[in-house]
Structures are given as structure tokens and as C-alpha cells.
Design a protein around this ligand. Structure first.
Ligand code: PM9
Length: 459
């Protein structure tokens, strides 16, 4: 008998569907122009398949929806808070937790507590909101990710790893006292959803312990990272994702979480920490920026959906299908020779706009241009992750990231394999006419996180 492979399939079935709108090329042309060629400024009613982000866009399960009906909307001491607190302790192992309205709420509070003016925060590649909060608190982010992460073609399986030599050099240059923590993301978003290995994390723990430096974990997509460890790191092939997640967290001192991703909710986040003193200060600050420490800007029902979603997010069946769908799309795109970041990451396929549109210089925004062209072709909405997202330094100069990418981000449990085919075909059609595509100029630039609201005109 032949050894027939066993495919993954979604570990759920559909009970309700949301109807989508198809648009004509003329409608899309008008909508894109009105949106200043920025996919963030499109109305979602004008979008067919929405791959802008996997943030807050997942489909909740019947368990989560029934949990919403059990919301305890008391101002103080909601039972849903205590449920969430228990889940964060059990699943991730962090001692103390404060809910926040989303990830950046936690980043704001943590940065205000730990960072002083002139501090250095090393991290495995920047993330937009994380770095901004570090800078607003007076710190300076320093990239210590391995060089391989900046090369879309390099197939190293753990491109989220920290280069420990780069970190040692920073410690030597500035002194450990100037480094309040090392900022470590699992499934590094801006690198293409690339994982960090357990071995690297363990070594990082040893080094930081020696210098008494904390590790703060951006755990937004920790389950996806754990899945890659299970698939690719020796010694983890038989461990459940749930165990791997807990081990990852055990090497860190605290975390910020945007629960809108891994944790399968439409809104929510938290700050988790093992250190009582930091917790006490955070519990105090949260009432200034978010709400009381037992709701942090969330309704009781949101905390309940989050508590249940965290449990579902670390199931092996769930994560295999989730990442499996992303890999399916990436492989389809490769069949059409579309240049993408390799290996394929956990939450989306990242198209290399520098290679796709080599005739457009970075100052004319190749990734922004490509995202707009894909929308014009099919109504598929994607996101720029290049020079626009990178923004400007404190001195006003543009950052010029090596990676100039368009992210085709897959919401969890929302689209089917047929949608993936339609998306890949759209990217392939744009690729076929790539030589005719011209770049853009920016005509409006907001001060903070410009990618959200900037406007462009075609050259
Ligand atoms: N990420 C994303 O689409 C939301 C919009 S872009 C700013 O990828 C990490 C790794 C994230 C993230 C959001 C946040 C902030 C922190 N860390 O959006 O505030 O990917 O919940 O989380 C987005 P919130």
C-alpha cells in the first residue's frame, strides 16, 4: 500500500457566514483614489478579501460567543477578569496580569514604567507601535536580530533569533544599567512572521541573567512561534504546542500581548509580569490610561472571550490548520514565481516588493504601490510593511528598512482554501504586468505611525 499523506483540514465547521461584496474595476479605481492609495483608508465595504491584518479580524468560536453572554459587567471585580487572570497564569505561566484595551495599551504602560530618558532597548527587529512607545518614553531601540532576517531569500528556519554578539556589544558600549530590558517578539512580524528558536531564547536568558537585564516578551503570536519550534527544532517534535508556549514564556520576565491575534478575539490585550514591584506600578498606571485594573478598557464579555480564545489558540489542531493555510498561500504564490519572504511565516505571506518592482526606488514606495495594485486588480486588501511603516527617526530622517514588503495577512478561521487560490491568482496577474507599474509620491504625512493615515498620488 502506498504511503498516502494525511492533509490538514480546518478543525471546525461553519454555522454562520458573512456575505461579501464583489466590486467592479471602476469602483475599485474610484475607492483607491479616494483613499489616497493607502489601503488603511479604504472602506471595508469596498473590500472583497481583507488581508490588511490578522489583528482583531479572526472568527470567534461558538464557545467564545457563548462566553460573551456570560459577561459580568460590574465596574470592579468582574468574574471574567478572574477567569482571564487564571488562564494567563495557567497557559503562559506569568504571575501577574493587567488587562488593556489592546497591545499598545500594555506597551504604553510598560514603557512608562521601565524606560528612562537615554535608555537603550535592544530587540529582535522593531515593531511600529512598540518602538514608538519606547521612543516616547525617552528610549532608543537597537536592532539585534540576526542578519539573515533582513534577507528575504535566506531560508534559515529561525530568522527571529537574536544575534548574541550584537547584544554583547551593546552591553559593552552602554553598560547593562542603560538597558532596562531586551524586547523579544515571538513570530517576528516585520521580518515576515519568523520564529525565534528555543535554543536561542535559552542562551539569551543565560546572557541577560548574567547582566541582570530583563527580557520582555511581545507574545502577540507566541502560539504560531511555538508551532514552528515543534515542526523545526530538534527535541520538540513530540511536544504539544501548549507546552512549548509555556516554556517560551518561562525564559522571559514579562510580556505585552495584543490578544487580537493569537488569542482569537476582536479586541483586547494585557500586560503580564512576574515582578511584584512592576506589577504594582502598572496596576496604578492602568487606571490613568485604560481603566480599573480589573477591566483595563475592556467589557467583561471581552475578557471572557479572550480567556476562552487563549485556550483554543494553543490547541495543536488549531495551529496546524492556521499556519497550514498561510503556507498553502505562500506555496501557491511561489508556483507563480512571485518573490516572497522565505521561509513562509506564521501569519501571512510577505511579498518582496523590491524584487517584484525593481524599477521603483524606495523613495517612490514600491510596497505601497504594490498593495494598491493588488486591490485594483481584485479587491484584495493587503498592507505595506516597508519604508512607509518604518517612519522617521527622532532627527526627522527616514528609516530605510532593508525589507520592503507587502503583507498578505491571513485572519484566523475566516477564509477558505478557494479564497487563497483567488488571492494568489490576483498577485500573479499583477506580477505579469509589473513592468508597466509606476511608483507614488507621499502627499500627506501624519507625525506618528504615518502608515495608518498617509496619502499618496500616482507618479
Ligand atoms: N499588529 C498588525 O496588523 C495591528 C496594526 S499595525 C500597528 O500586525 C505586535 C507584534 C503586533 C501588534 C499589532 C502590536 C500592537 C504589538 N506587537 O494593535 O495595539 O503585531 O493590539 O498591538 C498589527 P495592538
Amino acid at each position: 500500500m502506498k504511503n498516502i499523506k494525511r492533509s490538514w483540514a480546518e478543525p471546525y465547521k461553519m454555522k454562520m457566514v458573512e456575505l461579501m461584496k464583489m466590486t467592479t474595476p471602476a469602483q475599485r479605481k474610484k475607492a483607491m483614489k479616494n483613499a489616497g492609495y493607502n489601503t488603511f483608508l479604504l472602506k471595508s465595504a469596498d473590500v472583497y478579501i481583507d488581508l490588511l491584518t490578522d489583528s482583531g479580524t479572526s472568527a470567534m468560536s461558538d464557545h467564545q460567543w457563548s462566553g460573551m453572554m456570560m459577561g459580568d459587567e460590574a465596574y470592579a471585580g468582574s468574574r471574567n477578569f478572574y477567569h482571564l487572570e487564571e488562564v494567563v497564569k495557567n497557559v503562559y505561566g506569568y504571575k501577574y496580569m493587567i488587562p488593556t484595551h489592546q497591545g499598545r495599551g500594555a506597551e504604553n504602560i510598560l514603557s512608562k514604567i521601565l524606560i528612562k530618558a537615554g535608555d537603550i532597548i535592544p530587540g529582535n527587529m522593531y515593531f511600529t507601535t512598540t518602538r514608538l512607545h519606547q521612543e516616547l518614553a525617552g528610549g532608543k531601540f537597537e536592532d539585534i536580530i540576526i542578519d539573515e532576517a533582513h534577507d528575504p531569500e535566506n531560508e534559515f528556519p529561525f530568522k527571529g533569533n537574536v544575534d548574541l554578539n550584537k547584544l554583547e556589544k551593546l552591553i559593552k558600549k552602554y553598560g547593562a544599567k542603560k538597558i532596562p530590558y531586551v524586547s523579544i517578539a515571538t513570530s517576528v512580524n516585520m521580518a515576515g512572521g519568523q520564529p525565534i528558536s528555543m535554543k536561542n531564547l535559552r542562551e539569551l536568558r543565560t546572557l541577560t541573567k548574567k547582566h541582570r537585564i530583563r527580557i520582555i516578551h511581545d507574545m502577540t503570536r507566541v502560539a504560531e512561534n511555538a508551532y514552528f519550534i515543534q515542526q523545526k527544532e530538534k527535541g520538540y517534535e513530540h511536544k504539544p504546542v501548549k507546552e512549548i508556549v509555556k516554556e517560551i514564556c518561562s525564559y522571559t520576565d514579562g510580556a505585552t500581548m495584543s490578544a487580537k491575534k493569537d488569542a482569537l478575539v476582536n479586541i483586547g490585550g494585557f500586560l503580564a509580569i512576574n515582578d511584584w514591584d512592576v506589577y504594582e506600578e502598572a496596576r496604578n498606571l492602568v487606571v490613568v490610561y485604560e481603566g480599573l485594573h480589573t477591566y483595563g478598557g475592556l467589557a467583561g464579555r471581552d475578557m471572557e472571550a479572550m480567556a476562552i480564545g487563549i485556550g483554543e489558540s494553543v490547541s495543536d489542531d488549531h495551529i496546524r490548520a492556521r499556519v497550514g493555510q498561510v503556507i498553502y498561500l505562500g506555496e501557491k504564490m511561489m508556483e507563480y514565481d512571485i518573490p516572497i519572504v522565505k521561509p513562509i511565516g506564521g501569519h501571512g505571506v510577505f511579498v518582496d516588493a523590491k524584487k517584484f518592482l525593481p524599477h521603483i526606488p524606495q523613495d517612490n514606495f514600491p510596497a505601497q504601490t504594490l498593495a494598491s495594485e493588488v486591490y485594483l486588480d481584485s479587491g484584495v486588501r493587503t498592507m505595506e510593511r516597508g519604508v512607509v511603516s518604518a517612519g522617521r527617526k527622532a532627527n526627522g530622517e527616514n528609516y530605510y528598512p532593508k525589507l520592503e514588503l507587502v503583507r498578505f495577512t491571513i485572519p484566523r478561521r475566516v477564509y477558505t482554501q478557494a479564497h487563497m487560490d483567488v488571492i494568489a491568482e490576483s498577485a500573479a496577474r499583477v506580477y505579469e504586468r509589473r513592468d508597466k507599474i509606476k511608483g507614488m509620491k507621499m502627499v500627506y504625512e501624519p507625525k506618528y505611525l504615518r502608515f495608518f493615515q498617509a496619502r499618496f498620488e500616482k507618479l
